[in-house]
Design a protein around this ligand. Structure first.
Ligand code: GDP
Ligand code: FO1
Ligand code: CA
Length: 317
């Protein structure tokens, strides 16, 4: 079975780990979000690609959900002593090696998709990981400034430094309109037997992937059933500040609200059992809905979620 999934960082990669457990023989292609990418100290950092690569490759810091296991921070401490840029964004020593290799290959002229493939040669994540685009796309968040005006800041500054507490007036995907899907992305969508939307942040993880011209249309046009899993349980984003991003685009932080955001392309949607009542609203939007446990507490529970998504896909096919 060929499965294509669109994924952000932590939510996406934890779900993918369950998917590989539920369906070990599946050929899984992951289209990763790159709009969180940031250049720091001259290095190209791709948090969501790395989170997928490290999680599935066994190198993730499990408790934190991002960055490397058994990490040290000697370089970060030295950079702080120099008063270097962005002290709020910590790059660990082990993680830095990834950014060094990535930047070196990009500078040598390789596209990000080829660089990602090379990095995955080491990590062997068990999926084919493709960035959504080889072009630069950056999520910026417009917030109020001290003079009563407004300013746009990089998504990571809003998320990590400001903890998404500064109300977002707009979320702008800089460069998205000019971006092209990376090689292999459209084929992976058109050739899939099932297309999955894991419980990733709908606004700043799945949103940017679908905003690359051609990707949303390709998903909609694909013959495969398209099934998503709600990243919102009982009106809360479980982990992180997805509610702040949803509010910024005027979408309620509910399992049904997120389904409606993707109503043009979804055939099926899973909500958590506490949101069982939301299935009616989702079905009214023309999407088959089921309620199953959606807390990714352990590998078995997460595999059961993936199984439920594939069962729903078979049902709506
Ligand atoms: P990020 O890029 O690291 O922020 O990760 P993603 O975009 O892939 O996923 C983040 C989202 O995962 C959060 O907004 C949560 O809503 C969702 N999430 C995290 N843990 C769980 C869980 O156990 N169950 C469900 N259903 N959603 C989760
Ligand atoms: N998240 C943080 O909250 N603080 C950090 O210092 C931080 C550093 C970092 C370094 C590499 C990496 O791949 C991810 C990192 N993250 C950090 C996580 C990450 O950038 C965000 O959680 C997501 O991009 C939000 O979607
Ligand atoms: Ca992310």
């Amino acid at each position: 079975m060929r499965i294509t999934a669109l994924a952000g960082g932590i939510g996406g990669s934890r779900f993918l780990r369950g998917l590989l457990r539920a369906e070990p023989d599946a050929e899984v292609t992951v289209i990763g979000n790159t709009a969180d990418d940031i250049t720091l100290h001259g290095l190209h950092v791709s948090p969501d690609l790395d989170t997928v690569m490290y999680t599935l490759g066994g190198g993730i810091d499990e408790a934190q959900g991002w960055g490397r296991a058994a990490e040290t921070h000697t370089v970060a401490e030295e950079l702080a002593e120099y008063g270097a840029e962005a002290p709020w964004f910590t790059l660990g020593d082990r993680d830095l090696a990834t950014h060094l290799i990535r930047t070196r290959m990009l500078t040598a002229g390789y596209p990000l998709s080829a660089v990602t493939e090379a990095l995955c040669d080491r990590w062997r994540p068990g999926v084919r990981l493709i960035p959504m685009t080889d072009d630069r796309v950056e999520t910026h968040v417009v917030i109020g400034d001290d003079e009563g005006g407004e300013k746009a800041i990089h998504f990571q500054e809003w998320w990590v430094r400001l903890h998404a507490e500064a109300p977002a007036r707009r979320i702008v995907l800089v460069g998205a309109e000019q971006a092209k899907p990376a090689p292999g992305v459209l084929d992976a969508i058109a050739g899939a037997d099932v297309i999955l939307l894991p419980p990733s942040n709908p606004v700043v993880s799945i949103g940017p992937i679908l905003a690359v011209p051609g990707i949303r249309d390709a998903v909609r046009a694909a013959s495969a059933p398209k099934v998503g899993l709600s990243p919102i349980i009982g009106g809360s984003p479980v982990r992180g500040m997805a509610d702040a991003a949803l509010t910024a685009i005027g979408v309620p932080t509910t399992a049904a609200g997120v389904a409606e955001l993707f109503a043009d392309l979804l055939d099926g949607w899973l909500v958590d059992t506490v949101d069982e009542a939301a299935t009616q609203q989702v079905e009214a939007a023309g999407i088959r809905a089921r309620a199953v446990p959606l807390w990714m507490t352990d590998p078995d529970t997460t595999a059961a979620m993936a199984r439920a998504a594939l069962d729903l896909a078979a049902e709506v096919r």
